[in-house]
Design a protein around this ligand. Structure first.
Ligand code: SF4
Ligand code: SF4
Length: 187
């Protein structure tokens, strides 16, 4: 959900980094074939300039899909996860002053869904725990300011100007894109 909206604009200053920045060894959002085609067509730029590949073991593939129902079938063609390329500790599309430089409708679906996630039991929540204390969240890393400032799920949704229905609609779109990705069909 990252962008120039108020909570995401304040996040790097208060928490030290946004979700578009990573520590060494960390990876960014998972991309589907449809995400890559949409970004490539928008930027008229070769996919290899913004896509990295992570090779997973069989156990990691099983664990990934077990924990993330929206991604079931992603690895049908092989144990390779496509993810956003990094530069200088952040996504190649991250601008420290402006946030994500891609228009919202062009961004990877995983980025548009973040921090919301569907869990193996089908319920929806946020991907990270809430520290309830900004200093503790900053020390721990990996926190989300919208989650820290909210007291319940409705307040997190409101911070991003979205609704449960819209989040679930994006989730269904992602599951369909993952299914197409696993089948290896171009869109
Ligand atoms: S594509 Fe945009 S929203 Fe997604 S990680 Fe990169 S900068 Fe952040
Ligand atoms: S971690 Fe949360 S508040 Fe911070 S930039 Fe990402 S989505 Fe926005």
């Amino acid at each position: 959900m990252t962008g120039p909206g108020s909570v995401c604009a304040r996040c790097p200053k208060l928490l030290g980094a946004s979700c578009c920045e990573v520590k060494p060894g960390e990876h960014l959002a998972t991309l589907t074939r449809a995400d890559v085609a949409r970004i490539r067509d928008h930027l008229r730029r070769a996919a290899h300039t913004f896509v990295d590949e992570e090779v997973l073991s069989d156990a990691e593939v099983r664990d990934y899909e077990a924990r993330r129902p929206l991604y079931r079938g992603y690895f049908r063609r092989g144990p390779v996860r496509w993810t956003l390329r990094q530069h200088d500790g952040a996504c190649v599309f991250h601008d420290r002053a402006r946030g994500c430089v891609l228009p919202v409708e062009v961004r990877p679906l995983a980025c548009r869904l973040y921090p919301f996630e569907q869990f193996p039991d089908g319920s929806w929540s946020v991907q990270m725990g809430r520290h309830g204390d900004i200093a503790a969240a900053q020390r721990a890393g990996g926190a989300c300011l919208a989650v820290e400032e909210a007291t319940d799920m409705d307040e997190v949704l409101a911070a991003f100007g979205t609704t449960r229905d819209e989040v679930e609609r994006l989730g269904a779109e992602l599951a369909e894109a993952v299914s197409e990705h696993g089948r290896g069909r171009e869109r």
